[in-house]
Design a protein around this ligand. Sequence first.
Ligand code: ZN
Length: 476
Amino acid sequence: MTLRVLGAIRLSRNTDESTSPKRQTERIDWWTAGHDCELVHIAEDLDVSGKVSPFDRDGLGEWLKDENAHKWDVLVAWKLDRISRSAEDTLKLLKWCEEHGKRIVCVDDGLDTETKMGRVWIQLAAIFAEVERSFIEERTQASRDELRQQGRWAGGTPPYGYTKEKREDGGWYLVEDPERAAIVRKMARMIIDTAGQENEESYRSVAKWLNDEEVPTPRASNKRGWSNTRVKLILENPTIRWGKAVHKGQIIEHVKYAEPLLSTADAFRLDTAMSARAKAPRGRAPKAMLTGVVWCACGEKMYRSSKQTKVLEYRCSGRFNHRTGCTMKNVKAAEVETFVETEFLNLVGTLPLMERIEHPASDNTVELETVKVRIAKLAAMFTSGALDEEDENFTASLHALKKRRKELAARPNIPAWVEHRPTNVHYLDIWQEGDDAARRSALLGHSAKVIVQAGEPGERLTFRMDPVDAEALTAA
Ligand SMILES: [Zn+2]
């Protein structure tokens, strides 16, 4: 007797070409022809989720009614997930087929209920597919924030200069894209090396260089080439400087995402060069070295006179504005700057600039919970008799999961922590190589303050700053 084949096709909304109805039909035809069977009908369910029970589907459901059972012998589908994605529904269908003497074949899964072993396999396949899927879903939901905490890349387009890489633990990390990282470094160098000089490079001239060199833009689709805004955005990215990431416009302070592309010293210089540029457009004098550092005894800040005056001086803004009725005499810039330099470098000159290193938290709560769920599901399968304890594959899986659970439980959860590590740049280097803006940043970073009082030159200046970080001292 020629067996009569009922084909089943299912397509949900979001699927690709490889699951097209045409492809599914071809595989059903192929099996039918190869087994000398006769195709009576193909039940089509397009735009139907695999979570809908086969009995409830418009196409297939009709053929699974008891009164239509005599019309066919074998249910043939391309793969098991075309019949159902639910273990419970699959088991229900298996039971119905057994009661009605029907056979199920999933061509590309190699599943066929003709034999007893085939029936066991299709049950296992259904259960495992479901366990795997719930495992994946749980992970996807729980993981995004978790991953952000742990310094993994949570998704999206990596910053220019980086690419993402999958690691052994399944997370994605940002790693250097060698070609693009070299471009970023060159861009930064152009800005750093010419900062404050006559031949100062602008973002526009950097963009011109990139276009002249025919460096591809971050997105190849951008036919207009590099723009000054693009250059600025790339150089502003905190990841290339400090290894930090930005989420919704905020720098995430407590997580280090990647190795910075620039050395700490260069990051510092680039920062200075770019902020000087933002605050002082070309043609206007950059901030004096001691703006915000030198204070008058009356409580007002002192500012440096503009370059038109013969001798540069800091003068009390209170006096200047007639606000405080202050009568403080101006103080020569050379005098106060030399004083600060001596005092400051005396205290910290030979100390290295400290690099802040963020160590991400190591939290395995999510993975541990997931492993526990998998063990429970597998154990339930043994108990229900769906799995045979003699089957080595499954006892091995259970043992592997239990071993992983033990490992995870033994590994402590470590909260994120910050380390201060010395760099090879010393404060002296900033004085020798940096500009006024860099020196000013260093001073403000230590809350350095000079108070000017009435009195003779050399006696009227007092220097204060925050106590030097104990870690910085031991590192020296
Ligand atoms: Zn004053």
